[in-house]
Design a protein around this ligand. Structure first.
Ligand code: ATP
Length: 636
């Protein structure tokens, strides 16, 4: 097939949907199209610089990388051109006709049809090249890949509806030129001042010059020659933002840089900008987003920092610089120690990278501590968005366990609210006199945790208990044994031991429980047989007749359920059944002479104890049957 021919092709379905959505939902924020196109141009320059490390000839005779923005008021066009890497015909078809980004289908599924909400979503997804169609009813792209001959250039054109065309083109200069034919009501974007102010606003941080024709008017009496090529001047600061001193960068600049690197439409929540000198030399600029990305729970989702070596862009998504539990962090790291030839494989083995990872991890944890201390409300926003990911920290990063522990937030019985707002330090400061441990309960959901029978004695004595119900909580607690010298204790595990929180009399009474109710316990054990590890009388219940307890070294019920759901083999273990001997039902049970009825009653109590902790019954119909039988006998 001759590549000279003009070919018309349809947009990929997703691209078509996205295009329409973009035009409609971002209409109130039109000007961002320029940020997106300049951002693409700057990325193209980064890519060229990177490829030129291996092949200097790619610069051809034009090594000064820049972006140019020119407008033609009369023609109603706006042109953004760069001398970056450019695109081949295949690149053009793939990049400007489809969307290859992960999570696209999911994104489109999440759309609600509500323009305000959808524009937020689309912002999070990244608007990109298609945003050109917000202001243009026809877009042309002229591009030639660096190193390709002049006649291998391509002309792409579309009116942003169903299809686009591509045809061969001849282009002496390398790079990409995007020509926007502005819509009737968007002609303001051909105005010089308007363009300058948008570039200043969104693209000041771009590391290469974004140029516009000089505005100098001809001296009085002089006629400007009509054919004179315009002179250009940079409109932006044109230095890589992370190399500038902190004091010279405004919040607005930090925010627009965040949007450039993160493809997030919303502002960043917080950031930390540092220059490190000494054994290691690098600049880092790390951001906390204000909301979670769509694909946070997708294990294959891209993550990591943008890596530069001595100001030269090397790669996006360098994941070797931060641990997995900090995968929400966005940012840039610019190293003076790594080689320009560094690859992903080399990064995995380089000890310099390990040291940097350690330092950057500390940096993020410090940034979070600072945020928690100085701006607790913002920290709460962070926790809501990323708390569950942070909870993976103690298991993954043993050396920073104590720092991470201070950053954790929990729901507790102090207010029973579902929001996780209490730190372990807060808990410790509220501990009762004589309390040595930090108590917690784990359940499937907040309500089940808050109503757990295991809490009864704690509520009676006014002892605070952490209420854990996130999927990751059992896992977290398996890796956190103490905080500030205090042991973390699961109230649903092992023997109840309140230490000094109990008086001598209470202790004595408890010790006598076993002896006092020996016969009852034996009868119940016999009735339950192999279903339980053991049966015992307990003082931990006040309102409930019975509860289940996990053996000291057994796997927690929540973890067991998660593993079972995931189809994994779980070691066999049986619960301990604890009875409240003072409960009227248990007193009644004790007096029951008929062994069959006794066994039925015990079984109902046993099943109820399962239900109270949010478990599924093995034989729900059998339970209902037994219960109904007992109810009928009661009313007979
Ligand atoms: N000026 C350009 N020069 C070279 N390639 C470009 C240029 N503009 C776009 N592209 C190519 O087209 C692709 C799609 O661009 P688009 O802006 O839609 O997405 P993106 O840049 O990958 O993501 P986002 O814009 O959301 O940050 C880019 O990844 C790039 O490969």
């Amino acid at each position: 097939m001759s590549t000279v021919e003009k070919e018309t092709m349809g947009f990929q379905t997703e691209a078509k949907q996205l295009l329409q959505l973009m035009i409609h939902s971002l209409y109130s924020n039109k000007e961002i199209f320029l940020r997106e196109l300049v951002s693409n141009a700057s990325d193209a320059a980064d890519k060229l610089r990177f490829e030129a490390l291996a092949d200097g000839s790619l610069f051809e005779s034009d090594p000064e990388l820049r972006v140019r923005v020119t407008a033609d008021k009369e023609a109603g066009t706006l042109t953004i051109s760069d001398n970056g890497i450019g695109m081949s015909r295949e690149d053009v078809v793939a990049n400007l006709g489809t969307i290859a980004r992960s999570g696209t289908a999911e994104f489109l599924k999440n759309l609600s049809g509500d323009q305000r909400k959808d524009s937020q979503l689309i912002g999070q997804f990244g608007v990109g090249f298609y945003s050109a169609f917000i202001v243009a009813d026809r877009v042309e792209v002229f591009t030639r890949r660096a190193g390709a001959p002049a006649d291998q250039a391509v002309h792409w054109e579309s009116s942003g509806e169903a299809d686009f065309s591509v045809e061969a083109h001849n282009m002496a200069e390398r790079g990409t030129k995007v020509v926007l034919h502005l819509r009737e009501d968007c002609k303001e974007f051909a105005d010089d001042w308007r363009l300058r102010s948008i570039i200043k606003k969104y693209s000041d941080h771009i590391g290469i010059p974004v140029e516009m024709p000089k505005m100098a008017s001809p001296a009085e009496g002089e006629e400007e020659p009509a054919d004179k090529a315009p002179e250009f001047e940079a409109v932006n600061a044109a230095t890589a933002l992370w190399t500038r001193p902190r004091t010279e960068v405004s919040d607005e600049e930090y925010q627009s840089f965040y949007k450039h690197i993160s493809h997030d439409f919303s502002d960043a929540l917080y950031w930390s900008h540092n220059k490190v000198e000494g054994k290691l030399e690098y600049n880092s600029l790390l951001y906390l987003p204000s909301q979670p990305p769509m694909d946070m729970w997708n294990r294959d989702a891209v993550r990591g920092l943008k890596l530069y070596v001595q100001r030269t862009f090397i790669m996006d998504d360098a994941e070797q610089f931060l641990p997995l539990y900090l995968r929400f962090v966005k940012g840039v790291v610019d190293s003076n120690d790594l080689s320009l030839n560094v690859s992903r494989e080399i990064l995995q083995q380089d000890p310099v990278v390990d040291s940097m990872k350690g330092a950057l991890t500390k940096r993020v944890l410090d940034m979070l501590s600072k945020l928690a201390k100085n701006e607790p409300e913002k920290y709460q926003t962070f926790w809501k968005a990323f708390g569950q990911v942070m909870k993976e920290g103690p298991a993954e990063d043993f050396s920073n366990k104590d720092k991470i522990a201070k950053l954790l937030r929990f729901a507790t019985t102090t207010d029973d609210k579902v929001e996780q707002t209490h730190s372990l330090e807060d808990y410790v400061s509220r501990m009762k006199e004589g309390q040595k441990d930090i108590f917690y309960v784990v359940a499937e959901n907040h309500k089940t945790a808050a109503n757990s029978p295991h809490l009864e004695v704690f509520r009676k004595k006014g002892i605070e208990v952490l209420l854990l119900s996130d999927r990751v909580d059992d896992w977290l607690m398996n890796h956190m044994h103490e905080f500030d010298g205090k042991t973390l204790k699961d109230v649903g595990r092992g023997q109840l031991d309140l230490g000094e929180l109990e008086g001598e009399d209470e202790k004595k009474a408890q010790e006598n429980l076993a002896e006092q109710h020996k016969d009852l316990i034996e009868r119940v054990s016999k009735a339950l047989g192999e279903q339980v590890e053991s049966v015992r009388a307990t003082a931990r219940l006040t309102d409930s007749p019975a509860c289940l307890v996990v053996g000291e070294d057994d796997m927690g019920a929540q973890m067991r359920r998660i593993l079972e759901q995931a189809g994994q083999a779980v070691p066999e273990s049986k619960p301990i059944f604890e009875l409240n001997p003072e409960h009227p039902l248990v007193l009644k049970l004790d007096k029951e002479p008929d062994e069959d009825r006794f066994a039925d009653l015990v079984d109902v109590l046993f099943q109820q104890a399962h239900l109270a902790e949010g478990a599924q019954l093995d034989d729900p119909a059998g339970y209902v049957h037994k219960l109904n039988k007992l109810l009928l006998e009661l009313s007979a």
